[in-house]
Write a protein that binds this ligand. Structure first.
Ligand code: MG
Length: 202
């Protein structure tokens, strides 16, 4: 399986990091070794002094396909989860300055927190509320209505480049409110008010 991630997909987050607004999805990937599941704690890697959380909605791909067309895209995802795209912001900043790829800042071991899944049946994919809490306080209050590129556009777009396989995941981007974590912090993620994930930082 592969983990496809979209960056800069909410205006308010693009602005908080002073990045340009993209006119096409910004795509990067994480390997399967990046997965952090079952509410395992995250140990801060020793190569960063500025590890950030990015709470995101994650799509589960349920059908193989290339060049997915808009008329058929609904059949390609069946479940969503709450994910955390952990980012070594200091390392990423250096990569950006040099024009280097981001993998060492974003695709390291355990950098992809993932909750259990819920079915998309009955959900309005263009109006899903999701929140990140840090030590009990809401730090990210997102809604998929604010996506720059919506889920179906993303699936069609990325499938032009990468054949989608059953079980692939797509991290769809984070809203404003990203920030650093330190040892002892507790992150929680919810979708539509339902607690999905919690993660201790060690
Ligand atoms: Mg992200």
């Amino acid at each position: 399986m592969k983990i496809i991630c979209i960056g800069r997909n909410y205006f308010d987050h693009v602005k908080e990091l002073s990045n340009p607004v993209p006119n096409k999805p910004l795509v990067f990937m994480k390997p399967s070794t990046a997965l952090l599941i079952n509410n395992e704690p995250l140990h801060i890697p020793d190569f960063t002094d500025d590890l950030h959380y990015e709470g995101e909605i994650v799509l589960h791909i349920c059908k193989n396909g290339r060049h997915v067309q808009p008329d058929f895209v609904k059949g390609y995802y069946d479940k969503i989860a709450f994910g955390i795209d952990f980012t070594a912001r200091d390392v990423q900043q250096k990569c950006k300055e040099k024009g280097h790829p981001w993998e060492i800042a974003k695709a390291f071991d355990k950098s992809a927190g993932l909750s259990k899944f819920i079915s998309v049946d009955g959900l309005d994919m263009k109006n899903i509320k999701f929140q990140t809490k840090l030590n009990g306080e809401i730090v990210q209050d997102g809604n998929t209505k604010d996506l720059i590129f919506d889920f179906e556009y993303i699936i069609c777009y990325v499938s032009q480049f990468f054949k989608l396989h059953v079980g692939d995941l797509i991290y769809t981007g984070t809203p404003a409110g990203v920030g650093p974590v330190k040892i002892g912090d507790k992150l929680e993620g919810s979708i539509e008010g339902k607690e999905m994930l919690n993660c201790l930082i060690k």
